[in-house]
Design a protein around this ligand. Structure first.
Ligand SMILES: NC(=O)c1ccc[n+]([C@@H]2O[C@H](COP(=O)([O-])OP(=O)(O)OC[C@H]3O[C@@H](n4cnc5c(N)ncnc54)[C@H](O)[C@@H]3O)[C@@H](O)[C@H]2O)c1
Length: 374
């Protein structure tokens, strides 16, 4: 396949991110098809037409079904709010399209299962979910170090994901706070990313016990004096047991003042320890319990061309990649899947395993006890 037509639904934060990835992926990864940006969809025609011009899409529409009916489009990006993912993804798969859908998959586990079933009965189309942090070369190097035994037996995981985009109690109410449009709160927005990293480094999570809370229970409705009830979680913490027998801790918050992209993972092993903080995403910190004790300490490894896909984007060590560049790598992996090559995409089937974990958090918190994932 030398060319592929793409359609993009949504022009918000992630819509622009996907658009930039479509613009860059061929230049970065020469071995992928040329991208034809066929159609862009959002709810307002004037706005969508303007964005289509800016982002290089040939057409603008306000009807996503119209976009799916376009035979020039083989791959569809879904960057609309969570409550639309199931309907759009299943319809796209039914229309024979490859699908790149943002996380979380859907509002409920049943919706995520329906999407996975639609992908399983599709005619070989590729699916990918928006887990771009997995593509960080520093994270992939951490995974390699663990697999090679550099830190010995990896027996303990510590992870946190904190942001402050909801920290102001008077921040206006939005779709993200409504169960019918967003599903779970911090769990669907942030914890899913942390789970994706934890499972990448440590394998599947088998069971957990969680505490899930709303901190700011009401928020002002935009343009009025009323306040609306917040319907999903601000904070979600858990103790974990991995299938390997390793243990772990996860904390997540969308009301953590000062944290902007505080996605951190730390793995303790019998011979050393490593940690990574996405606010400094080009640095991997490694401690090896070897050599003279007086010389021991963490070494800070800066991402460089010999780490995973870094060299595709930048030939100079330590110059650093950013959030949007991870999305380019994520898209390249999807295009490898589309063209029948080995791909590291998080497929719908794999994403369902992440959804099972966040719903296990909610179940455990409701019951006040340990639950098995699944
Ligand atoms: N992977 C990540 O790191 C990451 C980061 C942020 C958001 N997300 C996910 O991306 C998705 C979108 O989040 P966002 O921050 O871009 O939201 P956003 O509010 O910035 O953008 C959503 C867009 O979808 C449009 N839209 C709504 N209904 C539509 C419809 N019927 N047809 C076409 N367009 C429609 C809206 O008008 C808006 O432009 C969510 O699922 C979110 O969880 C992922």
């Amino acid at each position: 396949m030398e060319r592929i037509g793409v359609g993009l639904i949504g022009t918000g934060f992630m819509g622009k991110c996907h658009a930039m990835a479509y613009g860059a992926v061929k230049a970065v990864f020469g071995d992928v098809p040329v991208i034809d940006r066929v159609a862009l969809c959002d709810v307002d025609q004037g706005h969508t037409r303007k964005r289509a011009e800016e982002w290089g899409f040939a057409r603008a529409t306000t009807d996503w079904r119209d976009l799916l009916a376009n035979s020039e489009i083989a791959l569809v990006s879904i960057t609309s709010p969570n409550g639309l993912h199931r309907e759009m993804a299943v319809a796209a798969l039914d229309a024979g399209k490859h699908v790149w859908c943002e996380k979380p998959m859907a509002l409920t586990l049943a919706d995520a299962e329906a999407m996975t079933q639609a992908a399983a009965k599709a005619n070989g189309q590729a699916t990918a979910l928006g887990y771009g942090y997995l593509r960080n070369p520093a994270l992939q190097y951490a995974k390699r170090l663990i697999e090679e035994g550099a830190i010995g037996e990896a027996f303990d995981f510590r992870g946190s994901v904190d942001e402050d985009y909801m920290a102001d109690p008077d921040l206006a109410w939005s779709w993200r706070l409504k169960a019918r449009e967003a599903g779970l709160g911090t769990l669907g927005d942030l914890t899913v990313h942390l789970i994706s990293l934890a499972q990448e480094l440590m394998g599947p999570i088998a069971s957990l016990t969680a505490m899930v809370d709303v901190v700011h229970e009401e928020r002002p409705v935009p343009g009025g004096h009323e306040r609306a009830k917040v319907e999903n979680d601000d904070i979600a913490h858990a103790l974990l047991r991995f299938a390997s027998g390793a243990r772990g801790v996860m904390t997540s918050s969308r009301v953590a003042h000062g944290r902007k992209n505080g996605l951190k993972v730390e793995v303790h092993g019998s011979k050393g320890m490593l940690w990574l903080d996405n606010e400094r995403m080009n640095e991997l910190n490694l401690y090896l319990a070897e050599g003279p004790p007086e010389r021991r300490g963490f070494r800070r490894i800066l991402s460089a061309p010999h780490h995973a896909d870094y060299g595709r984007l930048c030939p100079a060590p330590g110059h650093g990649l950013g959030f949007n560049e991870l999305k380019v790598i994520e898209l390249a992996e999807l295009l490898y899947g589309v063209t029948g090559r080995p791909s590291a995409s998080v497929t719908f089937a794999q994403g369902l395993e992440i959804e099972k974990v966040i719903h296990a958090f909610a179940r455990s918190a409701a019951k006040g006890q340990w639950v098995r994932v699944g």
